[in-house]
Design a protein around this ligand. Structure first.
Ligand code: ZN
Length: 383
């Protein structure tokens, strides 16, 4: 195993969970171990690709096909829900300052919900979509004409064409990240901009153990990757999205640029090893709380995404678990481990124990604002 960014030998894993259950990016339990490596040369964090990753994405990874408006909840601001696609479109428009009529491609677009939001704000733009599957065609047809759609491979006529290529949450999945960026670079006109988001494990530690995310970037590995793929003027923004890096980079000259991971590598390596230590103790933290505080008491999990599923997967006995709670109405139609996902105000008085399954960086702050959790004294668990 070698680093997918710099090519250095990977050495021993920084984290390994051999239990039967790992968690995917769609918060599905998968019966394989989790193994994570930290590169000492560029601080890149990586997970070996799942077998048959192509087939997995083509058939098993149909995110949000159930309804037109289904999307991840990004935030709740003043009681108003903000969904991820809208937030991404807002940030892209602000950063790119696109001229009238600019040619824009959403590369790895899924249903194209971000492009849809973008075109709603800027109908003058020439929007295009591409993904490695054609299951999204019906959704694409509502957004752009067929000649601006491509599935499986981008046509040659699209080379050197785009003022901007957008890529939202794709780079973390690819086993050949440099080839992925090179393919995008070919589609940009000289000087065109790639606007890309990818999970930021520094802001959302859960990403470290998401088993189908091959790449978990640190700023040093992200910078090195973009430079070595022929991009310059690389801007890495860790603030505009609360759990992702937002990267804007320009198609640079054709001759290879000297790429360097920068002076901060040792600090990022230490930080990544800290994430490994966090997850090594998290399973035991769930088990200890369950044993010492929750045994036999009716319980619920607040949060039905990655962290909620992680907690449920680590319980020794799920019999007392009554349900999950989630404020995202699109989650409320689901069942996880045969438990329903309910709106938070459905929490019953006889539930004494609530495991808070949210990003630890924001869990306490978010839970404090969820009134139904605090209608009576309860034991709350935090990761
Ligand atoms: Zn490396």
């Amino acid at each position: 195993m070698t680093c997918l960014v710099c090519g250095a030998p990977s050495g021993a894993p920084a984290y390994r969970h051999d239990g039967a259950m790992s968690i995917s990016s769609t918060a599905r339990p998968i019966a394989i171990p989790t193994v994570v490596y930290v590169c000492t040369v560029c601080a890149h964090v990586q997970t070996p690709p799942l077998d048959d990753i192509g087939g997995y994405y083509d058939t098993a990874y149909n995110v949000h096909l159930e309804s037109d408006d289904a999307d991840d909840l990004y935030d709740v601001r003043d009681g108003v829900r903000v969904y991820r696609a809208q937030h991404q479109a807002n940030v892209a428009l602000e950063k790119l300052a696109l001229p009238t009529g600019a040619a824009v491609l959403d590369y790895g677009c899924g249903k194209g919900m971000t492009l849809r939001a973008l075109l709603a704000a800027r109908p003058d733009l020439a929007g295009h979509v591409f993904d490695v599957s054609d299951v999204y065609r019906p959704a694409w047809d509502a957004i752009v004409p067929r000649e601006r759609q491509a599935a499986y491979a981008a046509p040659e006529s699209w080379h050197d064409r785009f003022d901007a290529v957008l890529s939202f949450f794709a780079l973390e999945h690819v086993a050949e990240p440099r080839a992925f960026l090179a393919a995008i670079r070919r589609l940009l006109r000289p000087g065109g901009i790639l606007h890309l988001t990818v999970p930021n494990v520094r802001r959302n530690v859960g990403d470290f153990v998401v088993v189908d995310h091959v790449n978990h970037f640190m700023p040093s590995s992200l910078r090195l990757l973009f430079a070595s793929a022929g991009f310059d003027d690389v801007q890495i923004d860790e603030e505009s999205h609360d759990a992702a890096y937002v990267v804007d980079a320009r198609r640079g000259p054709d001759d290879a640029v000297d790429a360097d991971p920068g002076a901060d590598v040792a600090r990022y390596v230490d930080e990544a090893r800290g994430f490994a230590a966090f997850w090594a103790s998290a399973s035991e933290a769930v088990a200890a709380f369950e044993r010492e505080r929750a045994a036999g008491r009716r319980s619920a999990i607040y949060g039905s995404g990655f962290y909620g599923v992680f907690i449920a997967s680590r319980m020794a006995d799920r019999a007392p678990l009554a349900y999950f709670l989630d404020r995202n109405p699109h989650q409320q139609a689901k069942t996880i481990f045969d438990r329903p996902v309910l709106a938070p105000d459905r929490l019953e008085d006889d539930v004494d124990v609530v495991y808070v399954g949210l990003n630890p960086a924001r869990a306490r702050e978010i839970a404090a604002g969820v009134a139904p959790l605090h209608t009576r004294p309860r034991d709350l668990f935090y990761l």
